[in-house]
Ligand binder design. Structure first.
Ligand SMILES: [Zn+2]
Length: 235
């Protein structure tokens, strides 16, 4: 009896892990390159004035980044989205509502993705092909929805932990200490969850951290590319 239960539990665990691995297959975490390149990404915006301050900061350093704005914020701040693209940065999709995608049906997920794609296309003239799942959570439904739309999931291999850390120096050191050639770095210019008590906190710390990150990584010989450029680099 005990042996049967152990076998059942083992089978359930194997199936669960298998589904999880399959769900994340094809998602990009980092690029397998040896060259010192890194892609900065910013989620949950646009969020004036921090997004504009960030754009000014990136411009001063001649660095291009990738933004994954939230659909609801795109509707609120369309000019910021236009500015991001006008200044040569890349835009991806981060869903419309920022709900964890696993909590939605596949139909609802598709609606979220298509709605944000349309919002972006109407503003900048092209549909994004990159998607960052809210909270980095990806289930089988999302994998199938992304395949249907021919979109690629972009995760991250380095993070400023700027949803927890508020000191720009510490955000920067979290990134600098974890970066390797090909890293995709997660930072935020906005907030995904507006019911979060910290949602109205400033993103000034992330902007300031960006200044430190760029200076330190450039001093180490890194160059900065968009995620689209990173994944096209020869391996
Ligand atoms: Zn987010």
């Amino acid at each position: 009896m005990v042996r049967k239960i152990i076998v059942y539990v083992a089978v359930i665990i194997i199936i669960f892990v298998g589904i999880l691995l399959w769900s994340y297959s094809g998602a990009i975490v980092t690029a397998p390159v040896t060259e010192k390149v890194v892609a900065l990404t910013y989620d949950d915006g646009p969020n004036p004035p921090h997004t504009q301050n960030l754009l000014d900061m990136l411009e001063r350093h001649s660095v291009k980044a990738t933004f994954f704005p939230k659909g609801q914020n795109i509707e609120m701040f369309p000019e910021s989205v236009r500015a991001i693209v006008r200044e040569g940065h890349e835009i991806g999709n981060h869903s419309y509502s920022h709900h964890p995608m696993v909590s939605l049906s596949k139909t609802d997920m598709l609606e979220e993705l298509v709605l944000s794609n349309r919002l972006i296309e109407n503003l900048v003239g092209y549909e994004p092909v990159l998607f960052r799942p809210p909270y980095g959570i990806q289930g089988p439904g999302l994998k199938m929805a992304l395949e249907e739309l021919d979109m690629t999931s972009i995760l991250m291999s380095s993070s400023g932990l700027d949803w927890e850390i508020t000191d720009p120096k510490l955000i920067a050191s979290a990134v600098v200490e974890s970066v390797e050639p090909g890293s995709i770095v997660l930072l935020h210019d906005g907030h995904g969850d507006v019911s979060d008590p910290n949602a109205q906190d400033s993103r000034a710390a992330s902007v300031e951290a960006t200044d430190i990150i760029i200076k330190e990584l450039k001093a180490q010989g890194y160059r900065f590319v968009t995620v689209g450029e990173l994944i096209e680099l020869p391996k």
